[in-house]
Design a protein around this ligand. Sequence first.
Ligand code: ADP
Ligand code: MG
Length: 670
Amino acid sequence: MTEPIESFAALNLPAPLLSALAEVGYETPSPIQAACIPLFMAGRDLLGEAQTGTGKTAAFALPLLARLDLNLKAPQALVLTPTRELAIQVAEAFQKYAHHMPGFHVLPIYGGQSMVIQLRALSRGAHIIVGTPGRVMDHLERKSLDLSNLKSLVLDEADEMLRMGFIDDVEWILEHTPAARQTALFSATMPDPIRRIAQRYLREPEQVKIRSATTTVAAIKQKYWQVRGADKLEALTRMLEIEEDFDAAIIFVRTKLATVDLADKLEARGYAAAALSGDLTQGLREQVIDRLKSGSLDIVVATDVAARGIDVPRVSHVINYDVPYDTEAYVHRIGRTGRAGRAGVAILFISPREMRMLKAIERATRQPIEPIALPTRGEVAERRVTQFKQQILDTIAEENLDFFYEVVRRMETEESVATRQIAAALAFLAQRERPLRPDGMEDPVASSRTESPYAVPSRGAPSRAVPSPRGESSYAASSAPTFDKPAWSERSEAAERKPRAEAPKRAFSASGVTVRYRIEVGKNQGALPKEIVGAIANEGGIDGKLIGQINLFDDYSTVELPELPNDLLETLKRTRVRQLPLRIRPAAPGEGEKTFARRPRADEAPKARRPREDEAARPRRPANADFSARPKREFSDAGSGGNKPPYRADKKPAGTKPPFDKPFAKRKER
Ligand code: ADP
Ligand code: MG
């Protein structure tokens, strides 16, 4: 490699772009930008491999803008992205960089937005289209999108498009665009199917690979907590309280149902939290991300797909509440923090059985992941007291308290009570809704602290190294307040609350009967076990853990599941994988003998390619049954949002706000 490129000007970008870059505050090109921009401007095909957060968007957006003919109001470039969030984000980036290019028009098109609006926008004309594969295909088929002037095509996050089953659509689009186009493919990883696409559709591509020791992952501190019988929700809330420099978090769970469930529980505990899943209408999803950006939300509970590509710099923490399916998903998840040069923290909840995944992640990120212990209630109390004291000091420093001095002075004389008594009573009143003594908190099984080989003492918490029957005694003896009430009798409290905390998500999971079901997709249809798991988990709201062995046969598969109630069976019959309804039913004896790994590598190739005709005659799927090769996001629409339960993503926290305007979890005030 040559000298590192110091400035965007050295890349021969036109002046309007340089001024826009100065305005957004980019000083130097990132490595992938420095490598790609000159090649792109020279018209070369590109194969770019770089982790999330390395600046891939500008790497293709800037040269596309530099070569644009503003006088030709027809799509000259098409960018394909796996999700609508990403399509919007990329379109916004174009807009930003083109700030000084009057008349420039970029149009995002994605499923879930009204066709009418899109058709109108398309007919008005745009220079650049950013879209998800399904919707772009729709418009090409309807001839509402004319790509005859197309000069460049960019595949952004190609590996994710593969993971989501869009790769056939992408190929279809590649075959229906002018052959003379320039093509660039960007991907965080290069699994074989992506390589094959590159070989087939790119002309002598220049390969640009940025080593994964990128700033982003390096800027993220990775930790894990071993889940040992303890309640994950309880652990989560304690961690949120104790974490240093907490600003905002994205919490990853596996199912749509879990996003809503956990977001509700966090909201009930005073956090400004909302769910983000493929179930929300487009408007609501955008609202959730905007609210996270603006600070009216601090926590978003999301599925992998829904959170893909979100770029909100204030996200300080990523919590892997449910383990990711593979290391790539993990890398994508944690890439939601450590954005724009900030520090980030990633916490992984992992069970002893899943320790192999931890090792795999360490290898993939080339970084150790450090074990953390569950914060004790004592530590939580200490943190709350510290924050409380700070709020008092801030109030003294900033507010005009004359009137209140007078109230206190009168009370001292009239009631002959001491200032300290008054202060203590006020402190009591002020903390009532969010007690300084978090005795509503269960201390999960003491053994998780004492027996775990991974429990490490941190932040000076000797109480954990020297467990006492009362658990918190050494804390009580240390700095913060000693509480007159006997320390929390954790065993009895934990025992009382346990059943609620571990209540199964759906009643059927308690029955304990496992049934082998037959579904009508198999190897010949290109079904992947993880797609089957995804479809069943998402549409059925079934915890992934309850999905047992999956056996793939040529034209059908079998799946072991807890016995399904009828309504759920009906839903799953209509659920689609690879666009085919599962038509699930109990398997006949003898059906389903062969074993396959349930979770193959993400880059595993679909076994068979769908015939074209079938793609063209693609059925429109019903609104509520279509996690499939091309998930609902592509089709669900405006109209269909109406019959979904009213998710609370847009709900303001209930009227039970603590008297302080921010929960204690937030420390960022000053
Ligand atoms: P990727 O697509 O590789 O995941 P993005 O294009 O989303 O990465 O960029 C990640 C973040 O870095 C964005 O917030 C973007 O604005 C910022 N960024 C990109 N290039 C630069 C640069 N040269 N200097 C400073 N920030 C940049
Ligand atoms: Mg990107």
